[in-house]
Design a binder for this molecule. Sequence first.
Ligand SMILES: NC(=O)C1=CN([C@@H]2O[C@H](COP(=O)(O)OP(=O)(O)OC[C@H]3O[C@@H](n4cnc5c(N)ncnc54)[C@H](OP(=O)(O)O)[C@@H]3O)[C@@H](O)[C@H]2O)C=CC1
Ligand SMILES: O=C(O)[C@@H]1CCC=N1
Length: 272
Amino acid sequence: MMAPNRTGNVTRIDTVQVGFIGFGNMGRAMAEGLIRTEAISAGRLYACASDYQRLAERAESVGIRPRKDVASLVNSVDMIVVAVKPHVVEQVLVPVAKQLVGKPIISIAAGWSCADLERILPGTNHLSSMPNMPVAVNEGVIICEGEHTLTERQDKLARSVLSLLGSVEDVDSSLLAAAGTVSGCSPAFVAMMIEALGDAAVKHGVPREMAYRITSQTFAGTARLQLESGRHPAIMKDAVCSPGGSTIKGVSALEAAGIRSALIRAIDAIEA
Ligand SMILES: NC(=O)C1=CN([C@@H]2O[C@H](COP(=O)(O)OP(=O)(O)OC[C@H]3O[C@@H](n4cnc5c(N)ncnc54)[C@H](OP(=O)(O)O)[C@@H]3O)[C@@H](O)[C@H]2O)C=CC1
Ligand SMILES: O=C(O)[C@@H]1CCC=N1
C-alpha cells in the first residue's frame, strides 16, 4: 500500500511511521494492537502526551518513541492518529495546522466528524473514525466515516493500518455517532456483564479466575458463532433453551429485569 507524502515520495505500510497525539487508553490500545501484528514495529510508532515523564515511561515499556510536543511528533511521522479527548482536539491541532498539510490524519475523537475537522483544519487530509478497545488484541471494530478528505492512496494506507486492528466498517456521516457508540462504548457494557456473571459464578462456588475465564470465553465464542454462521440471535437463544429446562428460567428472569430495554436505553442515553 502506498500514499504520497509531503515530498511527493510514497509511504508504504512496511515503512510508515505512525504518530499518536495522545497516548492514553485508546492510543495505547491501538499501538499495542499494531505492535502485536509485527506488520509495524514499535520503533515506527511515535507518541506525545501532556505529561512527558509518564509518556516516556509508557513508551519505554512498549518500545515506541516519545516526543516532547505535538510539533516534533508531526515532523517525525507520515501518518497521525488524533487520540486526545474531544474537548482538546482543536487546541492541539490548530497550532500545527500548516505542518499537517499533506499528511493523513486519522481522528478517533468521539464527536469529531469530517465537517468538524474541515472547519478547524481546512485543506488537510483527514478521516474521522471510532475504534473500540479490542483493537489491543486485533479484534476491534473501527467505524470510519464515508466522507473524508484523504487522497485515494492515503485512504488505502489508512485502511491497511486500521484493518490490522480489526474489522473496518464504513458508514454514512449520519450514522457515525450511532455506529461508533454501539461499537465504541459496548466494551464497557460487555465487561460489566462479564463481571456480573463472574460474580454469579463465584457466588455459587466457582473460583474467581475460572469464573472470568469461562464467562469471557462464552462471550467470545457466542460472538464468533454469530459472526461465522450469520444466525439470527433469537435463533441462537432458542437453540440453548430446552422446553422446561434451565436456560429458559434464566431468560425469563432477565426479561423480568428488563435486560433488552436496559441495553437499548444505554445507547439512547449516549445518543440523546
Ligand atoms: N477509551 C475508549 O474506549 C475510546 C476512546 N475514543 C476516543 O479516543 C480519544 C482518547 O480517549 P482515551 O484514550 O480514552 O483518553 P485518555 O484520557 O486515556 O488519553 C488522552 C491522552 O491525551 C493526552 N493529552 C491531553 N492533552 C494533551 C495535549 N494538549 N497534547 C498532547 N496530548 C494530550 C493525555 O496525556 P497524559 O497521558 O499525559 O494525560 C493522554 O495521553 C477520545 O477522543 C475518545 O473519544 C474512541 C473510541 C473508544
Ligand atoms: O466514553 C468515551 O468518551 C469514549 C468514546 C467511545 C468510547 N469511549
